[in-house]
Design a protein around this ligand. Structure first.
Ligand SMILES: [Zn+2]
Length: 319
């Protein structure tokens, strides 16, 4: 028996885990990312957290997979963070190899999420799946026959940056009119706040759930209010679902995967998000171009990228 080490570095939370040969989780530690600590804080933190797990492992640990929440140059195994200082072109896999004395490989969090759900979650048993990570922004990963489709420049699957409108706020990528601007977690929160500024009486429940402050409304509080049936929150989630459905249908039209998996923090909203997406897809239906791609929620929740990192490590270790 052997085990593997998995690491998920995110802008809000980071997780480390020990997994067995079958990809079963043995131990997981989760902590908040201290953004102001930059890269150095994260490195020290990981050395400690992973050191604890390695010390507790009953079997030899053979490899390490890392999911990184930011652009990853897979060929060079370097990462860059747009939110946290110190990560520009950082050779993360090489650092991991030296820090943990293990073979190490890095994937971006969307690809890792796709691998995690594909092997251990909602994509089990499929030949192809497209994974959406819905959080602050929107990312995507496409797995076909067990392999990530990367494309010529390694940017295949960047579904959040499909242009869907001539208008809209500037996107985090520097372009305009991207899908992400209309249905990311940031967009959901912003819609809630906009309603709150214009008609606070119409969003009383959302404000109540957000510490009484319009500016504290988040995607989570909008989703919670929608789950309770709050009419304004339901309207927001319907609009968001409709935009997201356009992205999903674009993917279905291009690669027609077995399954589309909706993951990331925003997908924790559950049916409040999934139902509007499915309803909009029915509305967009073509009587002639039929498809049987299933649209489902991620099964591993916020742990999809960590499981994906474990999948990467298992492959590295020859499993
Ligand atoms: Zn964009």
């Amino acid at each position: 028996m052997n085990n593997v080490l998995a690491i998920d570095i995110g802008g809000t939370n980071s997780r480390v885990g020990l997994f067995d040969e079958q990809g079963r989780r043995l131990m997981i530690t989760e902590s908040e990312t201290r953004r102001d600590g930059g890269r150095e804080w994260m490195q020290e933190h990981l050395v400690k957290q992973c050191g604890d797990l390695l010390a507790k492992s009953d079997y030899p640990v053979k490899a390490c997979g890392i999911s990184f929440g930011g652009p990853v140059d897979f060929q060079r195994q370097t990462v860059t963070s747009v939110h946290v200082p110190g990560w520009k072109d950082f050779a993360l896999a090489e650092w991991g190899q030296n820090a943990f004395h293990l073979p190490c490989q890095v994937e971006n969090d969307a690809n890792a999420g796709a691998l995690g759900e594909g092997q251990f979650g909602a994509g089990r048993g499929t030949n192809s799946l497209f994974y959406f990570t819905l959080s602050t922004g929107i990312g995507g990963g496409y797995v076909a026959d067990g392999r990530i489709v990367r494309g010529r420049d390694g940017v295949a699957g960047e579904v959040g940056h499909i242009p869907v409108s001539d208008s809209g706020a500037p996107c985090s990528c520097g372009a305009r009119g991207c899908l992400e601007v209309f249905c990311s977690g940031t967009a959901i929160a912003e819609r809630g706040r906009e309603w709150g500024r214009r008609r606070p009486e119409g969003v009383a429940r959302m404000i109540e759930l957000s510490a009484g402050q319009v500016e504290e409304i988040t995607a989570k509080t909008v989703a919670l209010a929608a789950a309770e049936g709050d009419p304004t929150a339901v309207t927001i989630m319907k609009e968001v679902g409709r935009w997201l459905a356009r992205g999903v249908l674009t993917i279905v039209r291009i690669v027609n995967p077995d399954r589309v998996v909706l993951g990331g923090g925003v997908s924790q909203a559950g049916v409040v998000l999934l139902n509007p997406v499915r309803e909009a897809l029915q509305e967009f239906e073509s009587p002639t171009i039929k498809y049987s791609t299933e649209i489902v929620l991620a099964e591993l929740g916020t742990l999809s990228p960590l499981y994906g990192a474990a999948a990467v490590a298992l492959k590295l270790s020859g499993n």
